[in-house]
Design a protein around this ligand. Structure first.
Ligand code: ARG
Length: 252
């Protein structure tokens, strides 16, 4: 995770971001602290990357890299110039922490767009990652196409849970992708549209615990019905930037 002292809505690179609707500084610190505390309370360890003054979106560490087995990390190559300088900061962290670091010249935004479902990498494309990135890597993958600019990263509308369980907002994908998800034969939790827009799918799973933004009662009930324990948190200041719980973390 990356502490939010330099976080803010300083530019707009997705439809959620409005420079005239800035984040409340104190609230954003509080919400981030509550998320970190909840993650620790549920038994996970948190490592921190140093924030940089001119990089307000560096808090969204999901976009730092794609983490593979055996300590390999493919560092992201951001779609927008506003975030490009994050690459050197994240690279330094991975090098300092002993990762085998790989770079790509193809636009790719890390674990914001690429999520493992079992052993298959589900690779989102359409807004922030180029589909050809996935052809470069030598692991099993399936690409899924995002079509709604409000759901511009895969982790805004798809969340693998335990085993073959997953949460999804089908409206964010094209028709072929929706057919693909049906063929996966997983246990689908299809979240309602209003809760998808509250970032219900942008959740952090720790064992059977699921940390998700508050304001998603239907999703919480569906999670409970499948034996999960939902933990709602206020994420209002990060939703203004097009992110929530999951975007603020990277599983390493
Ligand atoms: N403002 C950030 C951006 O537009 C939000 C990133 C959210 N990250 C994510 N993994 N969905 O890039």
């Amino acid at each position: 995770m990356c502490k939010p002292q330099h976080y803010g809505i300083n530019y707009s690179i997705n439809p959620w971001m409005d420079v005239n609707n800035g984040a409340d500084y104190n609230k954003s610190i509080q919400q981030w602290n509550d998320l970190e505390a909840k993650i620790k309370e549920l038994g996970a360890t948190v490592k921190l990357v140093e924030p940089a003054e001119d990089l307000p979106d560096m808090v969204f560490t999901a976009n730092a890299a794609l983490i593979l087995k055996n300590g390999n990390a493919i560092v992201s190559h951001f779609a927008h110039k506003e975030r490009a300088k994050e690459e050197e900061h994240f690279t330094k962290w991975f090098v300092d922490n002993g990762y085998k670091v790989h770079h790509t010249s193809i636009i790719f935004e890390g674990a914001g767009d690429a999520l493992f479902f079992g052993d298959i990498l589900i690779g989102g494309h359409g807004f922030r990652s180029d589909v050809t990135f996935y052809e470069e890597i030598s692991i099993s993958y399936a690409t899924v196409r995002l079509v709604d600019p409000y759901f511009y990263h895969l982790d805004t509308c798809f969340c693998p849970l335990e085993g073959t369980d997953y949460m999804i907002w089908p409206g964010a994908f094209d028709g072929i992708t929706n057919q693909f998800f049906k063929l996966l034969k997983g246990n689908e939790i299809s979240v309602p549209e209003n809760e998808a827009r509250q970032f219900a799918c942008n959740a952090v799973r720790i064992g059977r615990n699921v940390i998700l933004p508050e304001g998603c009662p239907v999703t919480m009930q569906m999670l409970c019905d499948k034996g999960y324990i939902p933990h709602p948190l206020d994420m209002s200041e990060y939703i203004k930037s097009g992110g929530a719980c999951k975007c603020l973390t990277l599983v390493i």
